[in-house]
Write a protein that binds this ligand. Sequence first.
Ligand code: FES
Length: 222
Amino acid sequence: MQRSRVSVRGVDAVGRYALLRVERGGLDPGEPGQFFMLSPPGRVLPRPMSLCLAPAGELAFLIDPVGPGTRALVALRAGDDLDVLGPLGHGFRLDVERPLLVGGGIGIAPLPYLFERLGGAPALLGFRNAHFAEAARLIPGAEVVLEPTYVTERIEPGWDILACGPEPMLQAVAELAPSAQLAWEAPMACGYGACYGCAVPIRGELKRLCVEGPVLHAREAA
Ligand code: FES
């Protein structure tokens, strides 16, 4: 992990979300599913963001501007400075035979980079409505479902599932596929194991998702 001050390259609208692009500098993009702590200007706490894309010389993060911190991140302009720490946590294991990427809402954020690193894979994405679903264009060939249809209604047996999304979606995927790899979302203050802000009870033990996760096997989290 590295702490770095990098320059913003731009913020692109992607339907309801925004893609924040920063110069890569000396930062390692890490493995898909790992995350970076981004420090929004004027806010005390950094925000954890999965890496979405890693084009040459850049790192890109898909952001849903729902609160003051995320709104400050998407208000950045080309040339602004941003403090970045990462890559952090454990990402997805890529040694799977029949990968199927499954994402819900802003949970699709780590999947474009995962798609690239796997050299392509089928993807099944669920969104609230067509405006949110514009983000599906980040994953070529993805199948999209809109509420009230849920991704779990379309999952067939035999796939190695790599998923990220809201907790009810991940719980439903875990029941269907105990071997699935699931990237969990959690509030995080430090990102490297020091504050327990991300701790969740797993099998009777408190686990820090920023260290043990955010990607866990479904059977570990059950
Ligand atoms: Fe601080 Fe995980 S965010 S311990």
